[in-house]
Design a protein around this ligand. Sequence first.
Ligand code: NAG
Ligand code: NAG
Ligand code: NAG
Ligand code: NAG
Length: 314
Amino acid sequence: MSVLFPLFHLPLVAMEHVLSIMNPYELIDLSLTSSKINKSVKDFSKIRREFPIDLAIFNEPSIKLYGKYESWEYRWTSNDSNVGYKYYAYDDTHELTNFSTNPIEEFKKMHDYIKEVLKCAINMISFDMDASPNENKSMTDWLLSRYELVEDLEIVGSKHDEDLNYLVNNLKVTNLLLLGVDDYEDNFELEIPEGTRDLVINDARFVKYEQFQCLNCRVIQLHKSILTNQEIDSFLRSWMACESHLGLKALRINIPSLEALQVIMDGPHEETDDPRIIQALDGYPFCVTVTSALNIKRSDGRMATICAVESLDV
Ligand SMILES: *[C@@H]1O[C@H](CO)[C@@H](O)[C@H](O)[C@H]1NC(C)=O
Ligand SMILES: *[C@@H]1O[C@H](CO)[C@@H](O)[C@H](O)[C@H]1NC(C)=O
Ligand SMILES: *[C@@H]1O[C@H](CO)[C@@H](O)[C@H](O)[C@H]1NC(C)=O
Ligand SMILES: CC(=O)N[C@H]1CO[C@H](CO)[C@@H](O)[C@@H]1O
C-alpha cells in the first residue's frame, strides 16, 4: 500500500484525514502492517463513528463489517474449494474466505482483533446450533462475555432446546428475534424476552394461548401455530377491547379455518379495497396478494385490517 510510507510524516491532522477516508477493511489491513500503525488506527477509531458488524456462527463462520456504502465479510472454511474472493452486487459486499483447520477459533481471534482496533457496534448475530453442537454452550458463553445485547438475533438448527433457552434468556435482543429452529422436543418451552420488538418463529407449536396473549411485540409472525379457532377468536376479542397486544402493529399467523374470524363477521366491520392497504399487505411481513380486506375497530378507535388467505406455507 503506497500510502503507508508517507503516513507518519504527515502532520497529525493530515494523517487523521487520510484515516478518515479509509473504509473499515482498509483500516484493518493497515493496522496489521505494524504495531505503530496499529496504535494510530486504534487511537483514531476512538474518536470516530462506529462501524456496524454482523456475526454469523455457521459451519463457515463469518464477520461482516459495514462501511458507509460497501461491506466486507471475513469468512473461514475448512473446505479448500470455498476459499477466495466473491463480490455480491445486491448489497455491495466483498466476501473474503480464508482456509482454516479451525474456522471458529480463527473467527474468534479476528473478531477480537477487529473489536480492539475499530469501534464496532454489533448489529446482528446469526447462530446455527447445528454447526458445532459440542460447542453450542461455550460459543454462547463467548458471545455473552463480549455482548450484553444485540439488535437482531437469528437462531437456526434443530433440537437444541437447552442451548436455545440459554442463549435467548441471556442475550438481550432489542429489535428482531428470529427463531428459525425447526424442531423441538415435546414439552419445549421458551420465554420470549421482554423488549423483543419483532418476533418471527418458524415452528411456533410451543407457543400456547397464555403465552401468546402475553406477547407485547410490534410485529409477530408465527408459523405452524397450534392456536385453535376459539383461541384466535378470544385473541381478537381481547384486542378489540384493548385488553392485550396494545403495541401490536402486524400479526401474521396461520389459523385452522375461517371460523376463527367469526367474531369479526358477527360484529361491525367494513370491507376495504384502499390501494394503500392492499399494497401494505403485499409487503413485509404479510406478503399476500388480495383485492380486498376487512377493517375492524378497537374500543379506543384504532383500526386494524384483517385478511385471510389460503396457503400451503403455514
Ligand atoms: C495490534 O494490536 C493488537 C492488540 O493490541 C495486537 O494483538 C496485535 O498483535 C497488533 N498487531 C501488530 C501488527 O502489531
Ligand atoms: C466443498 O465445497 C464444494 C463447493 O462448495 C462442495 O461441492 C463440496 O461438497 C465441499 N466438500 C466438503 C467436504 O464439504
Ligand atoms: C486470509 O489469507 C490471506 C492470504 O493468505 C492473508 O493475507 C490474510 O491475512 C488472511 N485473512 C484473515 C482475516 O485471516
Ligand atoms: C450444553 C448443551 O446443552 N449442549 C448441547 C449442545 O448440542 C448437543 C447436540 O445437540 C447436545 O447433545 C448438547 O447437550
